[in-house]
Write a protein of this length. Sequence first.
Length: 269
Amino acid sequence: MYRFLLTRQWVILTLVALALIPTMIRLGFWQLHRHEHRVAQNQLIGDNLDAPAVAVEKFTAPGRTVPRDDTWRTVTATGTYDTAHEVVVRQRTGSDEQSIGYFVLTPLLLPDDRAVLVNRGWIPAGTDLTKFPKVPAAPSGKVTVTGQLKADETTGNSGIKDKQGLPPRQVSLINSEQQAKALSRPVLGGYIELTSSSPKGGKQPQPVAAPNHSDIGPHMAYAVQWWLFSAGVPIGWFVLARRERRDRAAEAAKAAATPEQVPATAAAD
């Protein structure tokens, strides 16, 4: 009845179906893990944003990697901006997530002869990308900054290639170790993404948009889809097998109901 399942076509089809089922199940769990990571990340960002502001020195030090649990903590620092060593970070998007420009990265010199990098915000790219753009002046004199603590960017954690041979005072990554080479003092690991400043100064770069920590993304929906697909494979295989059996039975019945043709020579005898 189902001997056709032993044909080459059906053996291959069955093997493909058997391979697809565990693959789709694993893809579903992969999307589930991405969902769980997104939820945990959103929770971390929300908790750290709600935590009271503390001095940046409590969370980082020169040469230290900012731990994941400390990112997005609200921190403060007081010092004077070192605009002579100010750089811009290329290929960054504005708050509209479409316009391409620069982040303005300015060292803040601390009273203890150390420094911390401050991302003062975004400016649009000019017409000549080979020249240092016109940057709004940082507040002069003693200034207190408040912002979110971020970890140093690397190609590994950001996916951004660290391009060499860029125009003077232009960089691809925000990295304290790289900037420390140009300064004559130690630089705290990570950087501050500015949210407020006292004094504020005149016209300043556009503030970096606050993180969206309420969107959990589509990963859970994708996980459910993969699991539904995995359940649909055996159902589809069974439906195809029943259809094949029905079609073969219909062909056999049709052949049995058709009278055999009698050869003309036999009829003449």
